[in-house]
Design a binder for this molecule. Structure first.
Ligand code: CTP
Length: 432
């Protein structure tokens, strides 16, 4: 039913797939209904026009007025209301939607949807729509664990090709702890973005390295660098949104890794190298966004170095770390995996990037003038130039999430030149 939903409306930019979209949020009757208000706010912030439909029980938890105030649009509450039906009939809502999000999807609502019922404002709209549907379940842990609920969810995934995000694990309003919590609204928004994005990296295994490395001097001190990990984490999130299976090798970073991405935490360049060796075998694409330390202290003191014992001047002896990207480039055969390197430069950016492209045998170098304000280390924006054998291509400055998609556009194009492009695959996707 929803295999080819709304594709007639044209491809969406995966950097902002919700911009200009129509999303219908169906609110079920559970205590998590109040969190749907935050979800609606975030969807609007992401550029969507949001309509809300509520079950009768949902209205006992949150008033329609809340959603009307947030969306500035009438809220659909009663299938048989003459006024509702006159202004926003359920067929009209169903047709207009690019995406339907059910949050919270209660056990009862899931059961009614799985039975194909159309007995209220939410179920009737969902049954009538050709748009993809995203379920965000929330319920008591035992209701979630019940085989009938599991079977109903499976039926919605298998038969109707619905998507599911969550539920999360945690303390529930019913005093139980376990799975049943509504997924975080920001994760529901990311799942919505995923459902609306072309899956042009479906079937592709992407390995991303991100963040700095820390090379220990003693138990208290290390040599590090200014990398925050934001660009690499943005690349991992972007690749996942486009359907890739993503592994993220992440140095010490305060940035939260994306939901659904497998994270391999590392600290030192040596650990990063070992993690790369272990993971590279299964990868179609490797993106080296990590700022790998070029040198490490020759010796690591097992005890804290005391100021008194060191004296007024200290000479540190450093030893070179291997160039991990060059090692990958030298080892690969037949152009697999596709290799993307970064070049952090402060002078002669393009020329240095070209040198790195050849020296490290990469397919693509993302060149970064780390001295430019609003680009490079620590900040949320970036300005890069993509350098490959064909030439240099400037990517407009913007948020790192947006820049990440422009880098992946190039990766998709290079992959397409190497093999048959991965087809668009929608539905049947469970994000947990
Ligand atoms: N890199 C690596 N191993 C290292 C150093 C860097 O794999 N020991 C990778 C980085 O992840 C990045 C690319 O090589 O993708 C370029 O890193 P960069 O720091 O710009 O360049 P370097 O090779 O260290 O050269 P230089 O310091 O002379 O600019």
């Amino acid at each position: 039913m929803t295999d080819a939903p709304r594709l007639d409306r044209g491809p969406r930019d995966p950097a902002a797939p919700l911009a200009g979209s129509h999303v219908l949020v169906g609110v079920g009757g559970g205590i998590a209904a109040y969190k749907a208000a935050e979800l609606v706010r975030l969807l609007i912030k992401a550029g969507a026009t949001v309509d809300v439909a509520m079950t009768a029980r949902a209205q006992q938890f949150v008033g329609p007025m809340t959603f009307q105030a947030l969306t500035r649009r009438p809220v659909f509450t009663d299938l048989f209301s003459l006024t509702d039906e006159a202004t926003i009939g359920h067929i009209q809502l169903a047709d207009r939607a690019d995406l339907v999000v059910i949050a919270p999807a209660t056990a009862n609502l899931i059961a009614r949807l799985a039975a194909g019922m159309a007995d209220d404002a939410v179920t009737s709209t969902v049954l009538a729509t050709r748009a993809p549907v995203l379920l965000a379940p929330a319920m008591n842990v035992n209701m979630w664990g019940h085989p009938l609920t599991a079977a109903n969810v499976q039926r919605l995934v298998d038969v109707a090709k619905y998507n599911v995000v969550g539920p999360g694990d945690g303390f529930l309003a019913c005093n139980w702890t376990g799975p049943g919590r509504l997924a975080d609204p920001k994760d529901i928004v990311e799942a919505a973005a995923h459902v609306l994005s072309a899956q042009d990296l479906a079937g592709t295994r992407v390995l991303v390295t991100a963040g700095p490395t820390q090379e220990a001097l003693d138990p208290a001190r290390y040599l590090g660098n200014r990398s925050s990990g934001k660009m690499g984490v943005a690349l991992a999130a972007a690749a996942q949104r486009r359907g890739a299976t993503v592994t993220l090798i992440l140095g010490p970073s305060a940035v939260e890794p994306p939901l659904g991405v497998r994270v391999v935490p590392v600290e030192t360049a040596a650990q990063l190298g070992a993690a790369l060796d272990a993971e590279v075998g299964g990868a179609d694409v490797v993106i080296m966004a990590a700022a790998v330390a070029d040198y490490r202290p020759m010796t690591v003191s097992p005890t804290k170095l005391k100021r008194g014992a060191l004296g007024p001047e200290v000479q540190l002896e450093l030893v070179a770390n291997p160039d991990l990207l060059a090692r990958l480039g030298a080892r690969r055969t037949g152009g697999t995996p596709l290799l993307v390197g970064f070049a952090a430069e402060t002078t002669d950016v393009i020329a240095n990037a070209r040198t790195k492209l050849a020296a490290k045998k990469c397919d693509l170098i993302v060149a970064n003038d780390v001295g430019e304000p609003g680009a490079g280390f620590g900040v949320d924006t970036n300005h890069v130039t993509l350098v490959d054998a064909a030439g240099a291509h400037d990517v407009p400055a913007g948020p790192k999430a947006q820049v990440a998609h422009r880098i992946l556009d190039r990766v998709v194009a290079v992959l397409a030149g190497k093999r048959t492009p991965a087809g668009s695959q929608r539905g049947k996707r469970v994000l947990r």
